[in-house]
Design a protein around this ligand. Structure first.
Ligand code: GRG
Length: 288
């Protein structure tokens, strides 16, 4: 993990504009938002899926940083006063606190465009049609039928009782869509067949939801210092979560059931899927 995280950090640093280039403040803020923090779960998933399809690691690195740029943009916008209004992210002041709100908006906008610029570089897949498919996957996962749509449902649900299926729908879009895209993009960088893609997609849906269930558990059960972001925000904002609907113990059980489902989805694969199996375990057992 450490080796891959370092590779992601270096690829991100190379791709992001240098702070000596104008507009310097925006480039500084983009680098602040992306570099030096985060678990890099989505890139790790892309690498693990790429390992399964024997993809060239340099290709996967580009797909992986494209997803991470979308993720970083979503965190910057999510922290804005108009959304979650948070002051701490990845253990440091949020972008609008360190810079200003207008800059934070532009950081998100620019990171989103840059993700597609990176993913559109020639040669990230064996043929152009596959690479176009990759671009479509990332676009759909980020938009109103993916992450942005999930965020809209989330903002609309504060203080309103959601049933479990509605909560699940929201998280499949808000958190799950980008995690699913990470796995799919990593796999598409290599030699894939549609049966394998189908199994991988099922695996990705399970870990995507598990990731969110664990996020809810940690929000309720871990400290701000451990998380590097404000803990207990969901309850304070009266937000429906897996913990508020199921209680801590059942939410933990649900995460473990989803981990088992993720493993089952990989049953037909051999040791080439071990990294994906380890990541499913990590996602459920992580402490921050
Ligand atoms: C603004 C369009 C738009 C979307 C925002 C992802 C998101 C949607 C909001 C983030 C709020 C949040 C805490 C969601 C729960 C799951 C999640 C994405 C947690 C943060 O991801 P990690 O734990 O963060 O992978 P690091 O910092 O490790 O990268």
């Amino acid at each position: 993990m450490a080796e891959r995280q370092a590779r992601v950090e270096s690829a991100l640093s190379t791709a992001l504009p240098d702070t000596s280039h104008a507009p310097q403040r925006l480039h500084d803020a983009m680098r602040y938002a992306v570099l030096g923090g985060g678990k890099r779960v989505r890139p790790l998933l892309a690498f693990a899926a790429g390992e399964l399809t024997r993809a060239d690691a340099d290709r996967v690195a580009q797909a992986a940083i494209a997803v991470e740029m979308i993720h970083a943009y979503s965190l910057v916008h999510d922290d804005l006063p108009a959304m979650d209004n948070d002051v701490l992210r990845r253990g440091k002041p949020t972008v609008h606190v360190e810079f200003d709100e207008a800059t934070a908006l532009l950081v998100g906008d620019a990171l989103q465009s840059m993700a597609f610029e990176v993913l559109a570089q020639p040669g990230l897949a064996d043929d152009a049609a596959t690479q176009l498919r990759m671009l479509g996957i990332l676009a759909a996962a980020s938009g109103s039928r993916g992450m942005a749509g999930g965020q809209a449902i989330d903002l609309d649900s504060v203080g309103r009782p959601l049933e479990l299926p509605q909560l699940e729908f929201m998280h499949i879009l808000k958190t799950g869509a980008l995690i699913r895209a990470s796995v799919n993009l990593g796999a598409l960088c290599g030699r894939h067949d549609e049966t394998a893609m189908h199994k991988l997609d099922h695996y990705a849906k399970c870990v995507g939801l598990a990731f969110q269930v664990v996020d809810d558990v940690l929000d309720a059960d871990a400290s701000t210092a451990t998380l590097g972001k404000t803990a207990g925000k969901d309850a304070a904002a009266n937000k429906p979560t897996y913990v508020s609907l199921l209680g801590l113990a059942r939410a933990r059980e649900l995460a473990d059931d989803l981990r088992a489902d993720a493993h089952a989805a990989l049953a037909g694969f051999g040791s080439e899927a071990d990294r994906l199996r380890q990541l499913a375990d990590y996602i459920v057992r992580r402490e921050f």
